[in-house]
Design a protein around this ligand. Structure first.
Ligand code: E4P
Length: 215
């Protein structure tokens, strides 16, 4: 399973990219709004940091508007993927964009049927939201399992991005459930690095080393 970062903060993207762990980036309108910067400028900067799919979301609600918004975004860089919400208009936009060779990531997916529809419309990626399902007492990881099973049985090539990741366990569970990608906030990637036994181990190695130097 590949790792994407779910942020529009270029400092976070740079820090994760420096570790060599990143295969892509996802953004959404809330994440972009949080940065208070020009969306296009942010996207251009991200394309210089990460060489992989970079999702940029449209905000129009109708297919014509989505396709119009998508064109200049997709023209920015070949790695830009257009993120489209799972609605009837969204599916129409995905279908049209696929015919123009523009890749899409269908977002706000909460059922296996929605994922199937997105795949059949021509989406390159689907983004089931694990955390938001868990928040309302549904099993988000089970949804990843269902989509993965269906895509395997029917030889569907659309990649599954486990989204709305809240903690490191979600990442492990998504990997076991068959997600191709997990898109994680920087804080989750950071927590995945850490283990108290690693810290204790380093401390003990250093103490032993320093004691030996004094002998
Ligand atoms: C996915 O691409 C979304 O940007 C994201 O994972 C949403 O997560 P949230 O539920 O933490 O807002």
């Amino acid at each position: 399973m590949k790792l994407f970062i779910d942020t529009a903060n270029v400092n976070e993207i740079r820090k994760a990219a420096e570790m060599g762990i990143l295969s892509g980036v996802t953004t959404n309108p809330s994440l972009v709004a949080k940065e208070g910067r020009d969306f296009i400028e942010v996207l251009k900067e991200i394309t210089q940091i990460v060489d992989g799919p970079i999702s940029a979301e449209v905000v129009s609600l109708d297919a014509d508007g989505m396709v119009e918004e998508a064109k200049p975004l997709a023209a920015l860089h070949p790695n830009i993927v257009i993120k489209v919400p799972l609605t009837a208009e969204g599916l129409k936009a995905v279908h049209r964009l696929a015919n123009q060779g523009i890749r899409t990531n269908v977002t706000l997916v909460f059922t296996a049927n929605q994922a199937l529809l997105a795949a059949r419309a021509g989406a390159s990626f689907v983004s089931p939201f694990i955390g938001r399902l868990d928040d309302i007492s549904y099993d988000g990881v089970e949804l990843i399992q269902d989509i993965s099973t269906i895509f395997q049985i029917h030889d569907i090539k659309t990649e599954i991005i486990a989204a709305s990741i809240r903690h490191p366990m979600h990442v492990t569970q998504a990997a076991k459930a068959g997600a191709h990608i997990a898109t994680c906030p920087y804080a989750v990637l950071d927590r995945m690095i850490k283990h108290p036994l690693t810290d204790q181990g380093i401390e003990r190695f250093l103490a032993d080393w320093n004691a030996a130097q004094k002998k």
